[in-house]
Design a protein around this ligand. Sequence first.
Ligand SMILES: [Zn+2]
Length: 261
Amino acid sequence: MSTHHAGTRAEGPIRVWRPPPRNEWQWLRALVTTRHGGSSRAPYDSLNLALSTGDAPQDVEANRALLRRVLGLEQKRWHTLAQVHGERVLEAGQSDVRQADGLWTARPGEVLVIGVADCVPVFLWDARGRRVALLHAGWRGTAAGIVRRGLEKLLEAGASAADVWMAMGPSIGPCCYAVGPEVARHFPEALHTSSEGRTHLDLRRANRRQALAGGVSAAHVLPDPPCTACETNDYFSHRKQGPHTGRQWALAWVRDPGEQQ
Ligand SMILES: [Zn+2]
């Protein structure tokens, strides 16, 4: 358990992780919620944003309303997905399909949302063209190439790979991600590590590889985030806490001019 809250900052009563802000992407907002500041009781304490894992619906709705208010998102359209561990990436607001694991947009007013509790939330953005994609990358989605697909969407929309940046939010690290052969076999051995006789998988590196293979510069991939299973004081972790835990949300949107940073 940690109390130093690496990479997080307070936003009113809640606390969020976010990639370091830079002049090149002042137009972008990207963040992942932590457990702090919500209404849910143990084991969902406290800012659980998922209705699907057994928490009281009124607490989840209160948490979502708090998040909208704190982040100034009440006037925007929120896009959530029925995440299915695949590689489909949709343009927000352009499809009625909800079974997908990635969203992208270039329009202010559309908020991209992914729910996670160990899976990697991947942010890809075109710093020049002001386009952002948010992807849900567990092992299945990673093996299916979700980052490759997300990058393709940005490039099809007119981005140049040289302008694309990548950040991965809090997610299970190779330190805590022991996997069986049925998972490990989907990934090259270069992505395996060994600890106490077990194979561990580095999902962050697997996703970074897809971005680099697509032409993203290694210098444009931001440093690894905290591990959700190591930092259960700050994050929900399915691996560490089992099925009765919450979900944090990763969010990304294009700021309106004049919107608070
Ligand atoms: Zn860990």
